[in-house]
Write a protein that binds this ligand. Structure first.
Ligand SMILES: Cc1cc2nc3c(=O)[nH]c(=O)nc-3n(C[C@H](O)[C@H](O)[C@H](O)COP(=O)(O)OP(=O)(O)OC[C@H]3O[C@@H](n4cnc5c(N)ncnc54)[C@H](O)[C@@H]3O)c2cc1C
Length: 384
């Protein structure tokens, strides 16, 4: 092409420099981990590698001269696109250090920030966000975990599930009901250290693709009052502000996955001979490849626009963020599916990258709000 994506007008010089840094830094290639123990070990190793590469400064931002901490969403997206292409487990570990600390750098006290952020940025401790419950996923307002004030403590009771890093995290941001008001307005955010009495970690949840995932139980779990992040009743707002920043980046990881699937497919159709000639010379194959590339680039533009809008305005950009998440994750699924089809039986054979991508890509349309939830947010914004 003669130009790189970070040459697009949505990006500036520091993003171009980051693009060059990433190009020189492909993550170590390794076989897919199997079983919860291996996934946990590989997750920790990945985080150490990412910390060593200095990339965690992007997801756990340092305070600027005015004391404010702001994430560069375009940089976040470039890194996630890179990990989407190379290693989705590394993508998870990179991203969760941000998602699992964002409420702290958005609304935490100086003491809370000092206690947790430097260690997370150095990859010395692992972060997590515990929002989802067995009976409340898409409908966050239905959360039932409670945090009851008792003197200078809160007592947390309830359960969380589908929590990334559950069991390997050193601390959790937990969203629980403090009950000032019903629905989403009665939710508050707390910082909880692993090992706090009354916090129990369940068995790992075994997904179709490697992902450190598990559940948590809170049984009379006492935390000091200063574990509250921000004001009581601001938990939902904090979670939504975090998603506003991170949703475009899910789309970016999707773009990375789609680019990888396209590259795998291009390599295959050039060398596979069908009906006496390379597959690449069949018109039907060419049309499929063209659709895959167009789908990928269209999604990339939606992602870059959302990231740019967030960086430039600094305000809420929920509609753009949801569009980017929706388009990026749905395009990734279509492109990976098309790649599998081009590989034929090999496409669903263990050991082929497209088979792995086919399993790995599926969660993107569900986590951080399923596609249907993103459509709901977009429509509500348009109809408001
Ligand atoms: C890999 C992975 C990692 C995750 N990590 C975390 C984490 O770190 N922390 C955390 O708190 N949670 C995490 N989650 C949970 C995730 O956020 C939830 O799975 C998601 O919000 C959906 O909730 P649910 O699974 O309970 O599905 P439900 O809420 O039961 O929804 C089921 C389906 O209903 C459909 N649906 C939803 N709303 C509508 C609607 N309005 N109209 C029509 N259909 C609709 C969607 O297709 C949805 O998939 C993770 C999930 C996965 C898969």
């Amino acid at each position: 092409m003669g130009w790189t994506l970070s040459d697009l007008p949505f990006f500036d010089a520091r993003h171009r420099a980051l693009g060059e840094r990433l190009a020189a830094l492909p993550p170590p290639a390794h076989p897919e981990p199997r079983g919860a123990e291996e996934v946990a070990r590989r997750s920790r190793e990945s985080l150490r590698w990412i910390a060593g590469s200095g990339l965690l400064d992007i997801v756990v931002p340092r305070a600027d001269a005015s004391g404010a901490r702001r994430i560069d969403v375009r940089a976040l997206c470039l890194v996630r696109e890179f990990f989407g292409y190379h290693d989705l487990l590394a993508d998870t570990m990179f991203t969760m250090q941000g998602i699992g600390t964002a409420a702290l750098w958005l609304a935490g006290t100086a003491a809370q920030q000092q206690r947790y952020l430097d260690r997370c940025r150095a990859g010395e401790s692992i972060a997590a966000l515990a929002l989802t419950e067995p009976e409340a996923g898409s409908d966050v307002a239905a959360l039932a975990t409670t945090a009851r004030r008792e003197g200078d403590h809160f007592v947390i009771d309830g359960a969380k599930t589908l929590i990334t890093n559950a069991g390997i995290a050193d601390h959790y941001i937990v969203i629980a009901r403090t009950g000032e008001e019903p629905g989403a307005r009665g939710l508050s955010a707390f910082m909880l250290d692993a090992g706090t009495p009354g916090l129990e970690v369940g068995e790992p949840i075994d997904l179709i693709a490697p992902h450190p995932l598990g559940s948590l139980r809170f049984d009379g779990c006492r935390v000091p009052a200063d574990a509250l992040i921000g004001a009581p009743g601001q938990g939902f707002k904090a979670a939504m502000a975090v998603f506003d920043i991170f949703r475009p980046s899910v789309g970016a990881a999707g773009v990375g996955v789609a680019r990888r699937a396209l590259d795998e497919a291009l390599g295959h159709v050039r060398q596979r001979v069908l009906f006496g000639k390379p597959m690449a010379r069949l018109e039907g194959v060419q049309a499929r490849i063209a659709d895959m590339a167009t789908d990928t680039e269209t999604a990339a533009l939606a992602v870059y626009r959302a990231a740019w809008a967030k960086d430039v305005t600094g305000g809420r950009c929920s509609r753009e963020a949801s569009m980017a998440k929706l388009v990026g994750s749905e395009a990734a699924q279509r492109v990976v599916d098309a790649a599998v089809q081009l590989f034929g039986g090999r496409g669903i054979t263990k050991g082929y990258m497209v088979e792995q991508l086919y399993r790995e890509v599926r969660g993107m349309r569900i986590y951080e709000g399923a596609s249907e939830v993103q459509r709901m947010i977009i429509a509500r914004d348009l109809l408001a």
